[in-house]
Design a protein around this ligand. Structure first.
Ligand code: 5GP
Length: 113
């Protein structure tokens, strides 16, 4: 199977504006930001979508949420922010590697489109 775009970013085959990295995850700025701050947080493990999570990914998932919390703090989103996971075609997922959108820096409307 060919590498996803995000796997190529993990492997440094294509460039990205990386804001955080550890052994288990990577966070980088979205190339088409939908808010003043728009960061994608991804596991290094190649999980295709939220739907493909295994029961034993629970610790990894908890870690990703803590990374998101820390990034929101570091990126000074004190007024609030939104975390979005698009899953599947109806959910608007375009890259088949699990990713969390961290959006902030403006008032975000609800409901989403
Ligand atoms: P999805 O639509 O799958 O939830 O989110 C995929 C995101 O990846 C989109 O917000 C899109 O702008 C972003 N994206 C697509 N290609 C690139 C790229 O080459 N670099 C970065 N940093 N983000 C990308």
């Amino acid at each position: 199977m060919s590498k996803t775009l995000f796997q190529k970013i993990i492997d440094r085959e294509i460039p990205a504006d990386i804001v955080y990295e550890d052994d288990d995850c990577l966070a980088f700025r979205d190339v088409a930001p939908q808010a003043p701050t728009h960061v994608l947080v991804i596991p290094k493990k190649p999980i295709a979508s939220l739907d493909e999570l295994a029961d034993n990914d629970a610790t990894l998932l908890g870690h990703l949420w803590l990374v998101i919390r820390n990034l929101a703090n570091e990126l000074q989103l004190a007024d609030g922010y939104r975390v979005v996971v698009n899953c599947g075609s109806d959910g608007g997922q375009t890259v088949d590697h699990l990713h969390f959108h961290l959006l902030g820096g403006r008032v975000l409307s609800w409901p989403p489109g």
